[in-house]
Write a protein that binds this ligand. Sequence first.
Ligand code: ZN
Length: 132
Amino acid sequence: MMFQTLRRIGFVDQPQLEKFKKIILMMRAVVLNEVKNDRRKESLRETSGEHSYSFHIADQGSDCNEHEKAYLLASMGGDILEDLDEALDRINDGSYAHCVKCGKEIGLKRLEAIPYARLCIACKSSEEKKAV
Ligand SMILES: [Zn+2]
């Protein structure tokens, strides 16, 4: 499917596609950076013992909103990274913005909220019901 050229995908036109791609790449960078930071903090905690606790708190205090947002992303762990990579693949192969399960279009509103959404709302909610 890689031989398909990038083109309008359903209701998502080229500029929108580029916008979503940019957002996904940005989220990916944030997650990767945050994972790196967490590893760094953990190794600091291990090597410097009790003092690292106060370091950790002080670090959290700086630009809280940005950090919280990034932390929220990172706390979703490897899953979100996979989702982001898959979304980029789907932009490239032309299946982006379509539910991977039923093939229906994923609404623009949903994509704006979750640019890496794989499922339409109907499939997502039925999957969640199954998971519970
Ligand atoms: Zn669906």
